[in-house]
Design a protein around this ligand. Structure first.
Ligand SMILES: *Cc1c(COP(=O)(O)O)cnc(C)c1O
Ligand SMILES: [Zn+2]
Length: 398
């Protein structure tokens, strides 16, 4: 458990971990915690152990405040033979992140970001979000009794505002360009001592590593061929890749799975750049998709995701609105009710198998990033039927 430094994902310039740094001062690309080359899993009792404790040798903290856990992580990995046979691959495993305290994977990174804030003696945290990150940071801020500042777009609909407001953060609706808010918040945070645990903050990325760690354990260290990640800002994909990288270097796994970034065709800046063989994302001018949680027109970690995919023989895939809604229905048929953004991964599997990129022998893990009840408006896209009958006729009716 050495204290690590931060390193630029692009140019390698290093920074100290005990100061607020998010992006490189030379090249403006995102920073990450220096990778761990060794470490062990702390095999405690999973009924009493927290995620941070189990993997603490892979976190850059000498001590951890376990009392702030809300029981995040340790989500199930469920094999789905029927979704595998529909796709024509050897196996599909669903990593169900909707079983987190605020129903998305964001809780993993909110907790590790919070730990870092407390280490630095920072007592104000915040985030910029309209989606799942806002309720997650608000929940952990409430748990830690910290002043929590959530910046949202002024046009945010009530159904998204209420699940943030329930945790009573300082909720500020900001008028102006939403895309600029990410950068503006980092600048304000640095000046005023507010730790913005935004989408791709280095310590949020550390939290997402645990998804990879758990997959390794849940598959008995027999690595799948591909891991499919619905991707927006790119923080989660970066964490998953880093998790496999560190377990590989620590000798816990003998090979690393390849990563697939899945996006909605209506907002696919990473896929567009990937398809052109470019290493820089360009802004999606008119983003529009039902998969709101992954509708980021200019992903702050987009370039790093492109570098990861290139270096690791990964792939990027975009899927239509129709394919997303269909995948949401297919997952529900299997008992998994996820939000449209989280269905994008399985839709990507179907498309890549159709194209012949995925093969019949492949074992594929799909990350179900967030739960369906977070976005019930999507239910209007599905035909949900109910019958009605009088009680006296019920036996006959059935
Ligand atoms: C945040 C989010 C994503 C995208 O994660 P990034 O780290 O922004 O790439 C995907 N799905 C859901 C449900 C999310 O909340
Ligand atoms: Zn740099």
């Amino acid at each position: 458990m050495l204290e690590k430094g931060l390193v630029c994902t692009n140019c390698g310039r290093t920074y100290e971990l005990n100061q607020l740094h998010y992006r490189c001062e030379s090249c403006a690309e995102p920073l990450e915690v220096e990778a761990f080359e060794s470490g062990e899993i702390i095999r405690g009792n999973p009924m009493t152990q927290s995620m941070l404790m189990r993997y603490r040798e892979f976190f850059p903290f000498k001590t951890l405040d376990d009392s702030l856990s809300l029981g995040e992580g340790f989500t199930p990995l469920t094999a789905s033979p029927s979704l595998a046979s529909r796709a024509g691959v050897s196996q599909v495993y669903l990593k169900n992140e909707s079983q987190n305290p605020t129903w998305s994977f964001k809780d993993r990174g909110s907790l590790s970001g919070l730990q870092h804030a407390l280490k630095m003696g920072i007592t104000r945290i915040g985030t910029v979000s309209t989606g799942n990150m806002a309720p997650s940071v608000a929940a952990y801020g409430a748990r830690a009794k910290l002043e929590t500042i959530i910046l949202v777009n002024e046009n945010i609909p009530v159904e998204k505002l209420a699940p943030i407001g329930i945790y009573s953060p300082r909720l500020i609706k900001v008028a102006g360009d939403y895309g600029s808010m990410y950068y503006e918040s980092l600048a304000i945070g640095a000046r005023q001592g507010i730790y913005f645990i935004n989408s791709d903050a280095p310590l949020r990325v550390e939290g997402s590593k645990t998804i990879a760690f758990e997959i390794c354990e849940q598959l008995n260290f027999e690595m799948p061929d591909y891991v499919v990640v619905p991707t927006s800002a790119g923080g989660n994909l970066r964490g998953i890749e880093k998790g496999f990288r560190e377990f590989f270097r620590a000798g816990l796994i003998s090979r690393r799975p390849k990563i697939i970034a899945a996006q909605a065709a209506g907002c696919a800046p990473i896929v567009k750049a990937f398809d052109k063989g470019e290493l820089l994302v360009t802004r999606e001018e008119h983003p529009h998709t039902i998969a709101h949680a992954i509708e980021n027109p200019l992903p702050p970690s987009g370039n790093q995701v492109l570098r990861i995919l290139k270096a690791g023989e990964g792939r990027a895939v975009s899927v239509t609105e129709e394919a997303i809604i269909d995948a949401q229905a297919r997952l529900a048929e299997e008992g998994f009710f996820v939000q449209p953004a989280a269905a994008v991964g399985y839709a990507g599997v179907l498309k890549l198998r159709d194209e012949g990129f995925l093969e019949a022998s492949h074992r594929v893990v799909v990350i179900l990033t967030g739960g369906g009840l977070k976005y019930t408006a999507a239910l209007e896209e599905h035909r949900l039927s109910a019958e009605t009958c009088p009680l006296e006729k019920l036996a006959e009716w059935i």
